[in-house]
Design a protein around this ligand. Structure first.
Ligand code: GLY
Length: 573
């Protein structure tokens, strides 16, 4: 029986804003014109937490119809592709970390790939000028999308027929859904780029969006229907492939029929490690997330951080120094391990990590120039999205997906209705040249045809006594691993409530630039004390990330908490 604890339940929309439209689809319990936001629930049978209340509700409905966590995750992910076009997607990619009731652990890599015609210098003019505009905006910025292949790679772990999982997304696209204040603002801010970067004006173009407007996406519904009927061929071949390739030709992109047909998601062994008796399951390369989390947690494990206290000068300084060191390794060593020999064992070795902390001084900042000579790295986009799902059978699913920038390349495939990613910018387009957010790299993350660009996404599952304990993830570019690090330390070491662990202000250091990024509300006294120790600070950010977390309580119930930094919502039953 469902035990429902709406600790924070925000009424998002109270009117049936499109009374002529009735939701009669298979997700009939989900009303797309009138819904509310639960920030926290406690449930007996299963829980879903994601960036949009309709997507979370769709997932729970699927579980009620007999689906397991995988079914719910797929339905939620597909619904996000409709109701959260900023980052939910068909035209992008992502990663899944899963733990099944059998005890099996998997990760699925559906990261975008560089097209076959991509090459190392594709964003460099003859005179050496880097063209980051081309790696960031429009057709040439897109990698070959991986999302649909990913879904079909983990579909076999579900129980329900795929038609049932995708139908709610088709209904939401076809019958429309009511947009929130935040969504209206976001779409209004996009209009100039939409007009500039599209060859066919998409449904998102409008003079002014307001809260309560209904967004219909008929082209997207048709694309989803083709996927429902033809599986991966409904996306990578036939009509959808034709629409993508024609869009590429119209806009100067390079994705071909062969690129699409040859795309394959990869089931990989997760990156796992232990922390104080917990087993942490994370994403391996081409995401840096699992390895960075491993490095950061191991560098604090023996330092009694609990006694220092949450947001104390000592704990913030220690975590900052740990983050600095891990990110120095990211810039140098990490990339797609199918193309570059990433020294994962060395970087996660206990002795190496102890050695890494040898020059740590609790009394002062260690300049990044001392850690390793290097070049500037700035925070990446926060427009990625995460969903966490758990069921009573013991299945836990953690999925992070992205288009990279908000709405990706801002190019919608004409006639197909979905945004394409601008993930090519996550490669190092030229050694030493910062990308959109200042990230640099070298050989490890250079462009090669068919290679996957380095990511920071950190979908994570923590096991306690070999059973799911925490399912967590967040958007936030390079701040993703440091947020997950802090959220886990908040729970495991500082013994904080799940809401506090997520909602309390975060901070971030990524080696270069040599400065701490802090979120609004970070304690001023700690900032002042750190400044006296030699630390520099970036401009304060309104919000860092949108963490979606499920914790299994000692009584076996599922406590799901949605971040309060957005319209994120938790649902359960
Ligand atoms: N595009 C952001 C990431 O993959 O980390």
């Amino acid at each position: 029986m469902r035990s429902f604890t709406p600790v924070i339940a925000v009424l998002l929309l109270i009117c049936a804003c499109n009374p002529t439209q009735k939701n009669t689809g298979s997700a009939s319990a989900v009303n797309p014109y009138q819904y509310n936001l639960n920030k926290k629930i406690v449930a007996d049978n299963g829980a879903v937490v994601s960036a949009h209340p309709l997507a979370s509700k769709v997932g729970v409905e699927i579980m009620k119809q007999g689906g397991n966590a995988v079914d719910a995750a797929i339905a939620t992910q597909l619904a996000l592709a409709v109701v959260y076009p900023n980052a939910g997607n068909l035209g992008g990619g992502g990663f899944l970390v899963g733990r099944f009731s059998s005890g099996e652990l998997i990760s699925v890599d559906f990261r975008e790939k560089a097209p076959g015609a991509a090459h190392r210098d594709m964003y460099i003019e003859a005179d050496g000028t880097p063209r980051t505009d081309k790696s960031q905006d429009g057709h040439l910025s897109s990698g070959v999308p991986g999302t649909v292949a990913g879904i079909f790679a983990y579909l076999k772990y579900g129980k329900l027929p795929f038609e049932k999982l995708i139908q709610p997304a088709i209904d939401l696209a076809q019958k429309g859904f009511t947009i929130s204040e935040r969504e209206a603002r976001s779409l209004n801010g996009l209009q100039i780029e939409l007009k500039k970067l599209n060859t066919v004006m998409p449904v998102f173009v409008k003079d002014k969006w307001v809260r309560g407007d209904t967004l219909f996406q008929i082209d997207l519904a048709n694309t989803l229907t083709r996927i429902r009927d033809k599986g991966t061929a409904g996306f990578y071949e036939g009509e959808t492939a034709r629409l993508i390739v024609e869009e590429m030709k119209r806009g100067g992109g390079i994705i071909t029929y062969d690129d699409l047909k040859n795309y394959q998601a990869k089931v990989r062994t997760p990156h796992s490690f232990t922390y104080k008796g917990y087993k942490v399951i994370g994403m391996p390369m081409p995401s840096s997330g699992g390895l960075l989390l491993n490095q950061m947690m191991k560098m604090v494990e023996n330092r009694n951080i609990a006694s220092m206290g949450f947001h104390s000068l000592q704990s913030v300084q220690l975590m900052t120094e740990v983050e600095r060191r891990a990110f120095a390794d990211r810039a140098e060593y990490m990339g797609d391990a199918d193309f570059y020999n990433v020294p994962v064992s060395m970087l996660s070795n206990d002795n190496y990590l102890q050695e890494r902390m040898k020059d740590y001084d609790p009394a002062r900042a260690t300049p990044s120039s001392v850690i390793k000579p290097g070049i500037a790295v700035r925070p990446e986009s926060k427009e990625t999205t995460h969903l966490s799902v758990i069921d009573k059978e013991g299945n836990a699913i953690s999925i992070t997906t992205t288009l990279n920038n908000s709405y990706g390349s801002r190019t919608v495939v004409g006639g197909a209705g979905f945004f394409l990613n601008d993930e090519m910018d996550d490669f190092s387009i030229k050694p030493g040249v910062p990308n959109m957010y200042g990230a640099v790299g070298g050989e490890a993350n250079a462009i090669q045809p068919g290679k996957r660009m380095l990511s920071s996404m950190t979908p994570t599952i923590v096991l306690k006594d070999d059973k799911p304990f925490i399912v967590v993830g967040t958007p936030g570019g390079t701040t993703i691993p440091t947020q997950i690090f802090q959220t886990l330390i908040n729970i495991i070491d500082f013994n904080m409530s799940t809401e506090d662990a997520v909602y309390k202000p975060k901070f971030h250091h990524q080696w270069l630039p040599d400065e701490i990024l802090i979120e609004k509300g970070f304690p001023a006294a700690v900032k002042d004390a750190l400044t006296k120790m030699g630390y520099k600070f970036a401009r304060e950010r309104e919000g860092i990330g949108r963490t979606e977390i499920i914790k299994v309580l000692p009584n076996g119930k599922f406590e799901a908490v949605a971040d309060n930094r957005g319209d994120d919502a938790a649902e359960g039953w």
